[in-house]
Write a protein that binds this ligand. Structure first.
Ligand code: DAT
Ligand code: MG
Length: 151
């Protein structure tokens, strides 16, 4: 559906390296619709819930301290196949295995500094969107460009 939504975040390293604009630009240019956007410094608790599926992994503590190292640019993008295409635009979890032309494949080297997050399924997208945003922060507006992007 053209109203599928995904949660995309620029992690602290991406924010500090000045890549927020670049990442937003790629989603804009692709034709996705920006629904929500904010720069946030979440609590440890918030981040542990976000990554609760990875609790118990050996890298979990370092993942959480990395995510706490600075503000995160959190956003929601909407459009056809937004979850799967968003992941494809980010590239593989390990940037060295990411194709050139993907965000990680162009701007990152190590898994633990892979600059961005994207939901991995529609179910986790819905969960993540409500974890990071209130209903009020999810903007409702008509974008006339949509009629040029969808047939
Ligand atoms: P993704 O971010 O591609 O969805 P994930 O959900 O498996 O990947 O893991 C979340 C983050 O945790 C990932 O972006 C970076 C970190 N991570 C994953 N696997 C790792 C590993 N083997 N070593 C270090 N960090 C890892
Ligand atoms: Mg993941």
């Amino acid at each position: 559906s053209t109203t599928e939504r995904t949660f995309i975040a620029v992690k602290p390293d991406g924010v500090q390296r000045g890549l927020v604009g670049e990442i937003i630009a790629r989603f804009e240019k692709r034709g996705y619709k920006l629904i929500a956007l904010k720069l946030v410094s979440p609590t440890k608790d918030h981040l542990e819930t976000h990554y609760e599926d990875l609790k118990g992994k050996p890298f979990f503590p370092s993942l959480i301290s990395y995510m706490l190292s600075g503000p995160i640019a959190a956003m929601v993008w909407e459009g056809l196949d937004a979850v799967k295409t968003g992941r494809a635009m980010l590239g593989a979890t390990n940037p060295l295995a990411s194709a050139i032309g993907t965000i990680r494949g162009d701007y990152a080297i190590q898994t633990g500094r892979n600059i961005c997050h994207g939901s991995d399924s529609v179910e986790s997208a819905n969960k993540e969107i409500s974890h990071w945003f209130t209903e009020n922060e999810l903007n409702k507006y008509n974008n006339p460009l949509q009629s040029l992007i969808y047939e």
